[in-house]
Write a protein that binds this ligand. Structure first.
Ligand code: NAI
Length: 579
């Protein structure tokens, strides 16, 4: 034993330690930490049952001042806390008070992240109870981690939790609207997983955020002395795909077939490729893009809004004509899910239902004469029509009943365009989905006032209610956070091994089913986000039902009441009592 260690220490023995290379240890220096401040290695000892100081430093068990008198005695906490004991509710109230006083979103974000590291349950309690307010806060990018080829499985094994159920992975190339953040894209998986927990009830310990650092092409980061990621240009091509393949293989090897992997904020080309490649071998999902056989979560949120709007209007989805401004990942993904739902409802082949949906990109209406020069994902939408350049001309040519903005360009739904929509339709459906609000194709106020209150309107970013001629209109928010947490829960609780398009349709239908008469009466086509845990449970149950129907569920036998199961599976942030 000593001889092997000696070898590792390049010939040195524990016995012939050089006193000059260390600083002297104190009498209580049991493990030699004091002496080890220079070049002697020590083992980081810990104890397995947390109590006293360790308990306060353990975010999963710490309750701060909410430890009861009995718990303080039993767990050696006396003297480590001020005497007051407070309830979780009071802690929440106090923290929310502090957070609300911060002006900058970054200050709020930092306060929340510090809380997560200090007291996990309190963090989730705040997030769940104040979901609308805190959702945008925890969703701001900041930190990172690096991976090495050939070591991915070892890296995964370093993570202390073995029963991981949901992984959100990014390579940081296309973070929100911010572009290539390299390793600093880590805030995205962390934030997304916090939502899986807060909104979908996935246990925090079952969540694993991953950033695969393959370098960055962001000059500013490469030249920043404080940048924490790999300072190299992005690995591409075979090198990139080999690393990703190693990751995908290692994940399955370490966590099994049922772990959900959500790809997040990869650049378009990689996102398509990864989803297409692993859709048939892994339980993978992407919220923002679609590839062969794998549709986007975002699309099912939009579809849910449309299904609700149709309940308001009456009629069938197949009776409608759609025009999209913007034929990128979001536009084509949403279009495809609508076409699928039309096909399913009307029993007409998909190729036919697609013809009811028109898309425009920056070069104009997508028509058959442009087919040769179109990117592959736009080709299915190239219908027979003469070329049309501008949006107003397209509205006049196609006469859509539903106008959807996925262009990322603000103000593109002009007054003339909106007026044309209301000219052709008694109640036009107008969805301005681009984020943030400044990129919204039109504002809620514009949609209601230009249509004299006739529009059924929803947007990607939130807009305040609008008063028009004495009536208050409540714009819906087509927010992708409606679907993915419930979808994730449904997949996890049924032990699903693949994501199928029909599950996204099932999720959309469940979401639309949560819109009540009361919501409709306010013009809302989405239920309030404050009910999200209940909504997620219903989505999860519908998704799980579909997983069982498709033979993709492995939790057998099928539980009787899936809504009850979903509710009972959901993580609760309430403090537990300690023995
Ligand atoms: P993308 O870059 O893949 O696609 C943008 C498309 O818009 C392209 O086809 C481009 O040619 C077209 N375009 C740009 N300017 C145009 C103009 N002036 N006229 C006509 N077409 C124009 O982007 P992606 O990922 O599809 O996202 C688009 C927008 O949708 C973003 O603002 C994003 O925030 C929003 N989005 C909203 C979601 C929601 O849940 N509300 C979900 C996903 C995306």
């Amino acid at each position: 034993m000593e001889s092997t260690l000696k070898e590792m220490r390049v010939g040195a023995s524990v016995l012939d330690m050089d006193p000059k290379s260390t600083v002297g240890g104190g009498v209580e220096d049991v493990y030699g930490e004091d002496r080890a401040t220079e070049d002697l290695l020590v083992t980081p000892w810990t104890i397995s049952v947390a109590s006293g100081y360790t308990l306060l430093r353990d975010p999963q068990h710490n309750k701060g001042l909410a430890f009861t008198e009995k718990e303080r005695d039993a767990h050696y906490l006396r003297g480590l806390l001020p005497p007051a004991t407070v309830s979780q509710q009071l802690q929440e109230k106090k923290l929310m008070n502090t957070i609300r006083q911060y002006q900058l979103p970054l200050q709020k974000y930092t306060a929340m992240m510090e809380l997560e590291e200090r007291n996990e349950r309190l963090f989730y309690k705040l997030l769940i109870d104040n979901v609308e307010e805190l959702l945008p806060v925890v969703y701001t990018p900041t930190v990172g981690e690096a991976c090495q080829k050939g070591k991915v499985l070892d890296v995964l094994k370093n993570w202390p939790r073995k029963s991981v159920q949901v992984i959100v992975v990014t390579d940081g190339e296309r973070i929100l609207g911010l572009g290539d953040l390299g390793c600093q894209g880590m805030g995205i998986p962390v934030g997304k997983l916090a939502l899986y927990t807060a909104l979908g009830g996935i246990r925090p310990s079952a969540c694993l955020p991953v950033t695969i650092d393959v370098g960055t092409n962001n000059e500013q980061l490469l030249n920043d002395e404080f940048y924490i990621g790999l300072k190299q240009l992005r690995a591409t091509g075979q090198e990139y795909y080999e690393l990703l393949h190693e990751f995908m293989t290692a994940v399955k090897q370490n966590y099994g077939e049922k772990v959900l992997i959500q790809f997040e904020d990869f650049a378009n080309h990689n996102a398509f490729e990864l989803l297409a490649k692993y859709g048939t071998t892994h339980l993978v999902f992407n919220d923002d893009i679609q590839a062969r056989g794998s549709l986007i979560g975002t699309a099912s949120v939009v579809l849910a809004g449309l299904l609700s709007a149709l309940k308001l209007l009456g009629g069938n989805i197949a009776d409608h004509t759609f025009l999209f401004l913007g034929a990128g990942e979001a536009g084509t993904g949403i279009a495809e899910l609508i076409a699928l739902e039309m096909s399913r409802q009307s029993k007409v082949p998909l190729e036919e239902t697609r013809k009811m949906i028109w898309l425009m990109d920056s070069k104009g209406l997508i028509v058959s004469s442009r087919k040769d020069s179109l990117q592959h994902f736009k080709k299915p939408w190239a219908h027979e029509h003469e070329p049309v350049k501008g949006l107003l001309d397209a509205v006049q040519a196609v006469k859509p009943t539903v106008l959807i903005g996925t262009s990322g360009v603000g103000g593109t739904f002009s007054k003339e365009v909106i007026e044309a929509m209301v000219f052709y339709n008694e109640k036009p459906i107008i969805l301005a989905l681009s984020n943030p609000a400044s990129h919204s194709e039109c504002t809620a106020e514009e949609a209601y006032s230009w249509t004299k209150g006739k529009a059924i309107f929803a947007s990607g970013s939130p807009f305040a209610p609008v008063e028009y001629e004495g009536q208050v209109f409540y714009p819906g928010q087509s927010n992708n956070t409606y679907i993915f947490p419930g979808l994730g829960l449904g997949l996890v609780m049924s032990g699903a091994i693949r994501v199928h398009d029909d599950m996204l349709l099932a999720a959309a239908e469940a979401l639309s089913g949560q819109v009540t008469e009361e919501h409709f009466s306010k013009g809302l086509i989405y239920p309030p986000l404050s009910n999200i845990r209940k909504i997620s449970a219903h989505i999860a149950a519908n998704v799980a039902t579909k997983a069982y129907e498709l033979g993709l569920a492995t939790r057998l036998p099928r539980p009787e009441n899936l809504v009850k199961l979903a509710e009972s599976c959901m993580y609760s942030p309430n403090y537990r009592n300690y023995r």
